[in-house]
Design a protein around this ligand. Sequence first.
Ligand code: ZN
Ligand code: ZN
Length: 273
Amino acid sequence: MIDHNFHSQLKNHLENSFYLGIDVDVKSPELCIISLSGTNLQLFNLEVKFKGDVRITILLKPEKYSLNFVNQLSQSSIEQREKFISIWNLIGSKFVNFTINNEQINQEAFLNKRTNWNSFFIKFTKAPICEEGSADSITETVLNFTHDIITMVLSLVDFEIEGFSEGKLSKIEINKYERNPVNRKICLMAKGYVCEICGFDFQRTYGNIGKDYIEVHHTIQVSEMGADYIVKPLKDLVPLCSNCHSMIHRTKPMLSIDYLKNEYLNRDKDSSL
Ligand SMILES: [Zn+2]
Ligand SMILES: [Zn+2]
């Protein structure tokens, strides 16, 4: 009914869309724990249950030691909650039950009521599992739903979500490291607001509105960081213009600065152009 390698597919699927090292630790055929690779941060318990091949339930709960994470989620801003609700609607509001502190909560209450969360869970139920006429296998369908539910929760922390306008929750980039204001500041004070690959300078092109604008790229794959990894802003962070930054992240694993710089410098030699 579902592929035996569902869990490794889930790992790949999540890593590719979140640009984030993910471990999926299998506890039983129905239960797994999702954590950030290279750290001891366990994020979720995920239970996937089938009733025959007609009905599926996916239950996502924070891992029992992840109180800090739950706390961070409960402090989410209105904008983050609006993102959460838009994903909830994309998944289909009737399929999703959202429970905080053992009380089921509707979208309006979620947006307007601020409470401290001690616990939460999201339960997704769908029957039949696949849309009629869909070419996706059951495994792919379950992967996609799981991915969307996790996306929903991660929209409450500092992740940036792009491109779900067509109902595809496809591309999330972790920018926790790239957004950290202190590290960012140190990097830019040292390196300036000029793209390290192509030399683009927002102020030179756009005038005052571009002053002090640039993106900051974190060069270490999150999966390569140890548990106590501390960002070294001069070594790990690089100022990049938005185009170069997008190109760096176009592949998985992402490109290195040197590789893309070399491609950029030698672009005219590419005879296929
Ligand atoms: Zn650039
Ligand atoms: Zn980046």
